[in-house]
Design a protein around this ligand. Structure first.
Ligand SMILES: Cc1cc2nc3c(=O)[nH]c(=O)nc-3n(C[C@H](O)[C@H](O)[C@H](O)COP(=O)(O)OP(=O)(O)OC[C@H]3O[C@@H](n4cnc5c(N)ncnc54)[C@H](O)[C@@H]3O)c2cc1C
Length: 451
């Protein structure tokens, strides 16, 4: 096989496990259980991707695709890993308000290209996340309540399917595949680029308000009540965590149980300040970075950590948040938790709840909030983490519509993947998988089986 690998007709580098650079190439943001591919192709173009898929298909090998590694759920053993980090080009058509983004571009790179035109993509809160995979999984971003899911505004997808064909997929060319790709994740092939819609954004008022949960026990309920009053221009969330009592954590935060309200508002500074008044009045703030910002700084607004680590998470999409469930969550994931647990709440609704002009596979549009729990994982802790996440999410089961697969970091069984979709949509996804990848060549982070 080595000779055949050497003859792989690609311009990018090729790595086998014994080669220097193999580990660096497969290591992304998620450090738990990296891919263990027999060969890695560092793709530099759509043609490299096509050649790698054709090679894998010709040798009966499976294929995984990795951009930044934020969404890695379980490793590919053997087979071909295609890394797309070298394909990070972004081409903006300001007049048409669209951008062509290559498979490996991060949201940071996309925003850097669109912001000078006063145009925003439907980017997420963490700048390092891969824009393409995020979008294939739906994509709930900073402008989500104003414009909906990122997948709702995809115009065209370029993809290499399991038969080794490079296809330009639009609503007219392949309606079923176009529907499935927008929400169905990486189950249908290796995407080499997508054309997305952009939105004019002038004023942004965004940042974080942080509270000490011991001093402000009802901060979560205060945020919940506030979300019922805000316009679609306001998208917000909460990150709640107990900071470890470690020297690398700044002194005032060590061991503290903190809730960080994360706000992104499209509107004037006056508007934003007025809107935030009830939140600032909730109690003494330990940190306030909420202010007018240039669009180019959007990725910094929610102050998300960007250091690679090993983690697992789960979530529920819910029709409502009850004060009792929120109080239970604060307790289960608080200082008494056996391992660190970061709670993430997001306010959904608004444009997310409306069907897009061209229907897609995104599930549970009627969810009003998402509730997620994420823990760093040390060796031997996986079971403890799983049990804690189950316990923390239990109070939300009554209001649960299902899961967001984008925010599920870890292996899921078939019922858990199904929970990401409406039943009819899931059935249709399995049929489209059978049509385009019936032999399950592609190892997606959350697998939809062919039927
Ligand atoms: C810190 C953090 C913040 C996040 N913030 C948000 C957020 O605000 N909103 C949101 O909706 N999601 C968010 N996510 C989830 C994120 O969108 C998904 O995990 C997404 O899959 C990550 O894509 P990636 O390219 O960064 O990761 P990768 O691990 O490189 O890719 C994830 C999976 O996508 C598939 N894939 C990747 N590239 C391709 C391709 N070119 N063709 C086909 N399939 C491909 C593969 O199955 C791969 O396993 C966040 C995740 C993290 C860890």
């Amino acid at each position: 096989m080595n000779e055949q690998i050497n003859a792989l007709p690609v311009n990018g580098p090729v790595f086998r496990p014994e080669d220097g650079g193999y580990d660096e190439e497969r290591t992304g943001y998620q450090l738990l259980a990296p891919h263990r591919a027999a060969v890695i192709v560092g793709a530099t173009s759509a043609e490299d991707v096509r050649a790698a898929v054709a090679y894998a298909a010709g040798h009966g090998l499976r294929v995984a695709v990795q951009a930044s590694g934020h969404g890695l759920a379980g490793p590919l053993d053997g087979g071909v890993l295609i890394t797309t980090g070298r394909m990070s080009g972004v081409r903006v058509d300001a007049a048409a308000r669209t951008a062509w983004i290559e498979a490996g571009a991060s949201w940071e790179q996309v925003i850097a290209a669109t912001a000078p035109h006063g145009l925003a993509p439907l980017a997420g809160s963490a700048p390092g996340v891969g824009a393409v995979s995020y979008t294939l999984g739906g994509g709930v971003g900073l402008l989500a309540r104003r414009y909906g899911f990122a997948a709702d505004h995809v115009r065209r997808v370029e993809i290499v399917t399991a038969d080794g064909r490079l296809r330009q997929v639009t609503a007219d060319s392949d309606p079923d595949l176009f529907w499935a790709l927008r929400g169905g994740g990486g189950n249908f092939g290796a995407v080499t680029g997508v054309e997305i819609g952009l939105f004019p954004v002038e004023d942004v008022y965004a940042g974080v308000l942080a509270f000490d949960v011991e001093r402000v026990p009802d901060v979560l309920d205060g945020w919940r009540r506030w979300t019922r009053t805000v316009p679609e221009e306001t998208t917000s969330g909460v990150a709640m965590l107990v900071y470890p009592d470690l020297p690398m954590v700044p002194e005032p935060l060590r061991g503290r149980h903190v809730a960080q309200l994360q706000i992104f508002h499209v509107g004037t500074p006056e508007d934003g300040a007025r809107l935030a008044e009830p939140l600032r009045a909730l109690g003494p703030l330990t940190h306030d970075s909420l202010r007018p910002r240039p669009l180019a700084e959007a990725g910094e607004a929610f102050e998300e950590p960007d250091r690679p680590h090993a983690y697992r998470s789960d979530n529920r999409l819910v029709s409502d948040l009850s004060p009792a469930a929120l109080a239970g969550l604060a307790k289960a994931a608080g200082p008494a938790a056996p391992v660190m647990c970061v709670v993430g709440l997001r306010h959904l609704g608004g444009a997310l709840a409306r069907a897009p002009r061209i229907p897609n596979a995104v599930g549970h549009r009627d969810a009003a909030y998402s509730v997620s729990v994420l823990s760093p994982v040390e060796p031997g802790e996986e079971r403890t983490v799983r049990d804690l996440h189950r316990e923390a999410l239990a109070p939300f089961e009554d209001a649960s519509l299902g899961r967001s697969l984008n925010f599920a970091f870890g292996p899921l069984d078939e019922d858990q993947v199904r929970s990401g979709y409406e039943p009819a949509a899931y059935r249709r996804l399995t049929e489209i998988r059978a049509r385009y990848d019936g032999d399950v060549t592609f190892h997606a982070n959350h697998a939809i089986p062919p039927r």
